[in-house]
Design a protein around this ligand. Structure first.
Ligand SMILES: Nc1ncnc2c1ncn2[C@@H]1O[C@H](COP(=O)(O)OP(=O)(O)O)[C@@H](O)[C@H]1O
Ligand SMILES: [Mg+2]
Length: 227
């Protein structure tokens, strides 16, 4: 599974600027790199350098000012918004620094949600969601609401949620940034383990030195470019 040389995502001459009146803030200034199938890639860089901006664009949550992102050679930004949303739901899993779980739904419902939208057989979806919660060590927490879970548990639910549609890539933006050391380590072990077993690519924005040392590859964002 590992050490793939097959390109999954090609980031080509990506630019992103934000505008405040007349002022242009050039955040990404010509980003080029490839993401391989099944690799565990870390993105590092100083605070405010544009890591989240880059991850959001790779995840199609935001469109670039110029340049393209190719998934298996298909330029995703040629898709209209509605189709892009469908593509994103199916192909990309997200884990954010703050879990973004929906407070009025249980852990199981949060995990199942993205698949319930597209799969008519809800019974199978809930079975799969249960299996994922079991896998992240939370079989006993299916009916708990986010407010009844610890920070680390919430983040593990968020990871299970990211996986429900078996995405080709999981994008994680500082997934341990808000956790204590022990919870961080559990979450990181889980991400390594998932990556090793699943064949899915993982792109993780991190400040965590330990993580950055144990991934397949690290890319560094400096002054709007990748090194
Ligand atoms: N929606 C936005 N509008 C204007 N400026 C933004 C927006 N999002 C991010 N920025 C600015 O872009 C720069 C990069 O932000 P971000 O991608 O969040 O960096 P990082 O994740 O590396 O800390 C920062 O200067 C930030 O203030
Ligand atoms: Mg960020």
């Amino acid at each position: 599974m590992k050490n793939s040389t097959e390109v999954l995502i090609r980031v080509v001459d990506l630019h992103k600027s934000y505008y405040d009146g007349e002022t242009e803030l050039q955040v990404l200034q010509g980003i080029n790199f490839d993401i391989y199938t099944s690799e565990l890639l870390a993105v590092v860089g100083a605070s405010g350098v544009g890591k989240s901006t880059l991850l959001h664009i790779i995840g199609t949550l935001d469109r670039p000012t110029a340049g393209s992102v190719l998934y298996s050679e298909d330029d995703v930004f040629t898709l209209p918004d509605k189709e892009l949303a469908g593509f994103r739901n199916k192909e990309i899993g997200f884990v954010f620094q703050f879990h973004h779980l929906l407070p009025e739904f249980t852990a199981l419902e949060n995990v199942a949600m993205a698949a319930l939208i597209t799969t008519p057989n809800h019974k199978t979806v809930y079975k799969e969601a249960e299996a994922l919660l079991d896998y992240v060590g939370l079989a006993e927490r299916c009916t708990h609401y986010p407010s009844q879970l610890s920070g680390g548990e919430r983040q593990r639910v968020a990871i299970a949620r990211a996986l429900i549609n078996q995405p080709r890539v999981v994008l994680a933006d500082e997934p341990t940034g808000n956790l204590d050391r022990r919870s961080s380590e559990m979450v990181l072990e889980l991400l390594w383990d998932l990556n090793a077993k699943s064949g899915q690519a993982f792109v993780i924005v991190t400040h965590n030195q330990k993580l950055a040392q144990q991934v397949d590859r690290v890319v560094r964002l400096v002054d709007g470019k990748i090194f």
